[in-house]
Every structure is written in structure tokens, then in C-alpha cells.
Ligand binder design. Structure first.
Ligand code: SF4
Length: 512
């Protein structure tokens, strides 16, 4: 091997195919005493059977590839939507490294979050000292306008009291009294990233709005995106509101933070909802949340403490966007402009163009509850038929809502909701009851590899394809994006299946 030849540096996809590595792998297998290739093939085939599926679905104490992440990951995504805000995770450093890298791999952007780096001594004696020093260092080094605190499992297991720790840190002068330090306990042994998002959003809003309630409203509508990973959606919602002339506050707007321009200047806190606007959100006319299940505690708090009306609206597909625009129009008295009506007409036209390829197609999908409801609604509009719907972070309210949606259309009749199940369950479903298309995040590529079900990447995280998160899935334009990804994946597959000369290529058509 030309080890020192800089013109011959191989990417690992090529590197490990070289003879010397292949020999090394063989020797390693022999050393480990692994099973024979025949035995591996036999077991692999067995995992595709109904017998294996029944065993797989009877497991109770083991989860394999759940379609969810942990609470603090959601909490820090909520935090970075606010101006000048540094997420601070009280607990172990490794957890925070995972959150940062997870977001960086999805958004292809730096993501700043600090940790109190608790180790063995803190686990025994409590993490107060770590918290005090961590807060002081973060404040002095990174000059945030707000530090948003959450926890990892370690801090939760030993029962560290964030409220008391923050008060002590302020009383002893580690950070100024006036620095907002909202907090949320985010134990990951319950809930998921959507619970963490909800806890943090509630924590931040209750901190920033304390004592700011006025007699009259500010005439604005609050929007809460929920655990939103499509920055195109935030921009689309803002564009729609501006097109209608609606005065709004986005709680919170992390679109610029997660999409900084490359102009030679590093901005640690790019954009974000101002703390002033967030503080005044208590005086808004109403709040619209685009996700129900990542904002349930926040909405409950807004209704009970702020005495503010809240609504859930998912602007996905034609019906979802229609309902959102009509709700916005009803709340503000602003008419729906012709520009948006024309966009609707174009989206309906696009759906009609592709409808023949989508009608009756059988679909499997997985993801967060609100994403799955939005996609189901859109697929039913297309005449596609959801078959397997896997939602690891499910609950009864969600399953009842989804069931009612499926029951509202003849195309939903064949769907099964697999609440609390994981991607290894989905693998069994795809082998025993195959479908035409799989919709989910990047982890679906392993299901694609094993089952050959074409995959449309929609959801979070998407690590292995670039720029999809920049697009909108909301609004009429978002409907066209979703349609584009779905129908063209099916057409790619059709081309692949009709490619053999003089055999299948009679249908290898130029025009689809
Ligand atoms: S589940 Fe707990 S320990 Fe694991 S990364 Fe999340 S916070 Fe850390």
C-alpha cells in the first residue's frame, strides 16, 4: 500500500475493499470463532418468517432501534430558538457530546451546548459545585443573554434540585441575579425528546413571562413549532403569516441559528426570538401549536396560567394547510390572500398529476406522533394506503386520534398502529407483510438494505442525505415537496424494476 502517497488517499468506502483489509477481516473472524456463512444465512432467512415475527413481537424487556431520542436532546433544541441562549445540560459530558453531534450531523451546522461534566464524585456528593462553576464559566466565556438548564439521567437519578442550585449559584454570585436561567428536569428514563422539548419550552416561557401579564392583549398570535427539524417549515410559516399580514411571535425561531450564512464570521447565537418578544407572548391573542404531543404541558400551562386560548394545527397537505389558514383568518380577521389561494391550486394540480402513481400504494412509516399524523393525513389525500405505522413514543390519546383519522377514509382501513414498537419490529412487518414504500428517518436505510423496500427520508434525524431539512413540509409548497419526494422515489423504483434488457425493459419508459 502506498502509505505516504497523498495522491492516493482512499475514502473508507474504497479502502476496506483492498486485499490486505479483506484478509485481515477473514483472520479476525477465524480468531473470534464466528459462525459459518451458511449458518448466518440460515438464521438471516429465518428472521424473515412469521415464526420469527411472533417471537419478535413477544419480547418485553428489550428494545432494538427505537424511533425516539432522549429528553435533553429535545430540551436543547427548544432553547436555541431564543436570542443569545446557551443550553446548559447538568450531568455527564458524554450525553451532551451525543446531542451536539446528533444535531450537527442533521443540520450540518455547529451546535453549542455546554455540560456541567459530572463525574463519580458529583454522583456521590451531588452536582452543586459542578453547577456553580459551570454556570460561572459559561457566563464569563460565552456571554449568553440566557442560560437554559436541563438534566441528563445521572443528575436525575441522584435527585439534584435545579431550582435550589440556580438560586444558590445566583446568591453566591456565580452568575448575576438578573440573568434568566430557566430550567427543566429532563429524565430520559421516561418520555422522549418530545417530552424534553415540552418541558424546556414550558420552563423558558414561565421564566421569561413572569410578572408581564397586562390588561390588554398585544394583538399577536403565538406560534409554537414543537420538535421541528425542518427549518424550511419555520420559514414557510413566517412567510404565510407575513403574506396574510398577521402579527406573530414564533416561540421559538431557531431557523437562523441552525442555518447560519457562511460569510467568514462565526456567530454563536445567530438570530432567535428576542427575549422581549418571548416575555410579551403572555399577552398574545392566542397560541397555535403545530404539534400536539411535543407541546401538551406547555399548552396546558398557557391555558391555565396565562388564561390564553391554544389550538393545535398541523399545516400538512391540502386539508391541513386549509385548516391552518382558516384558523389564522378566524383568529385575526385577516382574509386569506389570493396569492395563497393560487398556491393551493398549484398544489392540487401537482397532486392530480401524480395521483395515478400513488393511488392504492401500500405504505409503512415511523416517526414522532405529530409527524405521523400529518403524513397520514397527506397520504390519505393522495389515495395511498398506510399499512404499518410504528410510533415508539406513542400514547393512548395519540393512538385514538390517529385511529379516528384512519377511519375517516376508506384508504385507512388496512392500517395497524404499532404503538411502543421499534424498528426491529418494523423489519419483521416488512418481511411478512411487504409494502410499496417506507417513510422514515435515516435509520430506515438498514430496513431498505434488508427488505429492499424503497425509502423516502422524512423525519429526524436525516444524517445520510444532505439539505432535506432546508425544505418545507408545511403549507401548499410543503405539500409539493412531500409529493416530489414520495412519487419520484416510487418512479425511481419502477425504473430499477424494469431495467433488464429484453426482459423487463418493455416498461422502462421515458415518460411516467
Ligand atoms: S438516555 Fe440519559 S444517559 Fe443516555 S444520553 Fe440520554 S441523558 Fe444521557
Amino acid at each position: 500500500m502506498a502509505q505516504n502517497d497523498i495522491n492516493n488517499i482512499k475514502d473508507h468506502a474504497e479502502l476496506f475493499h483492498q486485499d490486505e483489509y479483506q484478509e485481515l477481516f477473514q483472520a479476525k473472524k477465524q480468531f473470534e470463532g464466528g459462525h459459518s456463512p451458511e449458518e448466518i444465512t440460515r438464521v438471516a432467512e429465518w428472521t424473515k418468517t412469521w415464526e420469527y415475527r411472533e417471537k419478535n413481537f413477544s419480547r418485553e424487556a428489550l428494545t432494538v432501534n427505537p424511533a425516539k431520542a432522549c429528553q435533553p436532546l429535545g430540551a436543547i433544541l427548544a432553547a436555541v430558538g431564543f436570542e443569545g441562549t446557551l443550553p446548559f445540560v447538568h450531568g455527564s459530558q458524554g450525553c451532551v457530546a451525543y446531542f451536539r453531534s446528533h444535531f450537527t450531523r442533521h443540520f450540518k451546522e455547529p451546535f453549542s451546548a455546554v455540560s456541567s461534566s459530572m463525574t463519580e464524585d458529583a454522583a456521590v456528593f451531588g452536582g452543586l459545585n459542578n453547577m456553580k462553576e459551570g454556570l460561572a464559566t459559561s457566563f464569563n466565556l460565552y456571554k449568553p443573554k440566557m442560560i437554559a438548564l436541563c438534566t441528563t439521567c445521572m443528575a436525575e437519578v441522584i435527585g439534584d434540585d435545579l431550582q435550589a442550585f440556580i438560586r444558590t449559584s445566583k446568591d453566591e454570585g456565580f452568575v448575576p441575579q438578573e440573568l434568566p436561567v430557566p430550567y427543566a428536569h429532563t429524565p430520559s428514563f421516561v418520555g422522549s425528546h418530545i417530552t424534553g422539548y415540552d418541558n424546556m419550552m414550558k420552563g423558558i416561557l414561565s421564566n421569561l413571562t413572569a410578572g408581564k401579564k397586562k390588561e390588554t392583549t398585544n394583538g399577536k398570535i403565538n406560534f409554537i413549532p414543537g420538535f421541528e427539524t425542518y427549518i424550511g417549515n419555520l420559514r414557510e410559516v413566517k412567510r404565510i403569516a407575513e403574506t396574510m399580514g398577521v402579527n406573530y411571535t414564533l416561540l421559538a425561531d431557531n431557523s437562523d441559528y441552525l442555518d447560519s450564512p457562511n460569510d467568514g464570521e462565526y456567530r454563536m447565537y445567530n438570530g432567535g426570538t428576542t427575549l422581549e418578544d418571548a416575555g410579551d407572548s403572555i399577552n398574545a391573542e392566542a397560541t397555535i401549536s403545530f404539534q400536539a404531543y411535543s407541546t401538551s404541558k406547555t399548552r396546558e400551562y398557557l391555558e391555565s396560567d396565562w388564561k390564553q386560548k391554544t389550538y393545535v394545527s398541523r399545516p400538512v397537505g391540502i386539508r391541513g394547510t386549509d385548516e391552518f389558514l382558516m384558523k389564522l383568518s378566524a383568529l385575526t380577521g385577516k382574509p386569506i390572500p389570493k396569492e395563497l389561494e393560487e398556491e393551493r391550486g398549484r398544489a392540487v394540480d401537482a397532486l392530480t398529476d401524480s395521483q395515478a402513481w400513488l393511488h392504492g400504494k401500500k405504505i409503512a412509516m415511523y416517526g414522532d406522533p405529530d409527524l405521523v399524523i400529518g403524513l397520514t393525513q397527506f397520504l390519505l389525500e393522495l389515495g395511498a394506503e398506510p399499512v404499518h405505522i410504528v410510533v415508539t413514543n406513542s400514547n393512548d390519546v395519540f393512538e385514538n386520534e390517529l385511529r379516528a383519522l384512519l377511519d375517516s377514509s376508506p384508504f385507512g382501513a388496512g392500517a395497524t398502529i404499532w404503538g411502543g414498537k421499534d424498528l426491529w419490529h418494523l423489519r419483521s412487518l416488512l418481511f411478512t407483510e411487504p409494502v410499496d414504500l417506507l417513510i422514515g428517518n435515516s435509520y430506515g436505510k438498514y430496513l431498505w438494505r434488508d427488505t429492499h423496500t424503497p425509502l423516502v427520508r422524512i423525519g429526524y434525524p436525516i444524517f445520510d442525505r444532505h439539505h432535506l431539512h432546508r425544505y418545507a413540509t408545511y403549507g401548499y409548497q410543503g405539500a409539493i415537496n412531500l409529493l416530489n419526494w414520495i412519487v419520484n422515489t416510487l418512479l425511481d423504483e419502477l425504473d430499477r424494476n424494469t431495467i433488464i434488457p429484453a426482459k423487463t425493459d418493455i416498461s422502462y419508459d421515458l415518460i411516467r
